[in-house]
Ligand binder design. Sequence first.
Ligand SMILES: Nc1ncnc2c1ncn2[C@@H]1O[C@H](COP(=O)(O)OP(=O)(O)OP(=O)(O)O)[C@@H](O)[C@H]1O
Ligand SMILES: [Mg+2]
Length: 375
Amino acid sequence: MIEFRNVTKRYGSNIILQDLSFTIKTGEFVVLIGPSGCGKTTTLRTINRLIEPKTGTVFIDGKDVTKQNAVELRRQIGYVIQQIGLFPNMTVSQNISVVPKLLGYSKQECDTIVRDLLALVDMPYEENAQKYPSELSGGQQQRIGVLRALAASPPIVLMDEPFGALDPVTRDSLQEEVKRIQKKLKKTIVFVTHDMDEALRLADTIIFMDKGKILQMASPEEMLQHPASAGIKSFMGKHMDNDVPAAPLLAEDFMKKKVYKVYKSTKTLESIEMMSKRDINSLVVIDDDETYLGTVSIEDIKARGKAGRSIAELINTDIMTVGRKDDAKEALDKLLSSSSNYVVVLNDKRTVAGIITRTSTAKAMGEALWGDLSA
Ligand SMILES: Nc1ncnc2c1ncn2[C@@H]1O[C@H](COP(=O)(O)OP(=O)(O)OP(=O)(O)O)[C@@H](O)[C@H]1O
Ligand SMILES: [Mg+2]
């Protein structure tokens, strides 16, 4: 059992978690959902003490986590994040064995664990154990990330948007696998997502968060039947059996309007400076008449750019575009299926209206749930 009792966290004057109190039962699959910045990751990391709250206490099985050695605690709590960061110089087998090894398991015990776990996700030991991460697909790497978190059979596993970067098909199959593994091994899982479909599919209990507070904590069924607010209701609409029609969402509803643009005549150096100042790795390139041409990335400038020259010859046209009145679903599908971090939204005259990123998507979903978040 995990219990939050009056947990508050601030950074400076920003209150990130506001007096959070809730309990997660042993063996429960809990999904935290809410707009970007609402404190999901902070909540998760408070459990394994990567973050210490200012006031309040987290208890695991009745024990105050701060009374335990943080490193020991973390070895008993699996942790999976997006871009799990498998160790590239270790084989699959070595990656999975990291924690068991730290805990002093013998080589033979580690080997048994690796065999058993690989069997769980249908990746035969003989074929996979000695591979390096670079020899695996993104979905396979993420599977190994999940297995690594399970290796020392921790009773609790924390997962922070573990499948966010995967294509929809791989994501589906991993969701099923995780649910199956959780049931089979009876783990307590706390899982963060932006995706309501994922939440409804996986959760025994969903926790809706906004601005460091819980708006609703309920089973998926209960949330569908008794959403705590009109906003939640309209969002859940598409999942309900009755005839509440979901408002058609357009690409423009999900886009971020502030886009860093450069004219094609901009010099390479100036473009690099702009990107480093904003901490971004690409810019949208426009023609003299403001119409969209493509994007330019910091990697391309570094690899092929010449000092003193413009970025015109480095323009990349692979990034997908959508019209602002296009169906949002199409835009999101493009975002999820492409390897780039955003899609560009165009006005009728092919000028740039905005970009859709994962964060802008989450914000828009949050607003669909709870109304204007800036108000
Ligand atoms: N080290 C830090 N210093 C200052 N502010 C921070 C720090 N870490 C997080 N924050 C702020 O705390 C808030 C909550 O962050 P958190 O990462 O928990 O959000 P989140 O719900 O996980 O968001 P996302 O969905 O984008 O991952 C954000 O406003 C963030 O900017
Ligand atoms: Mg987060």
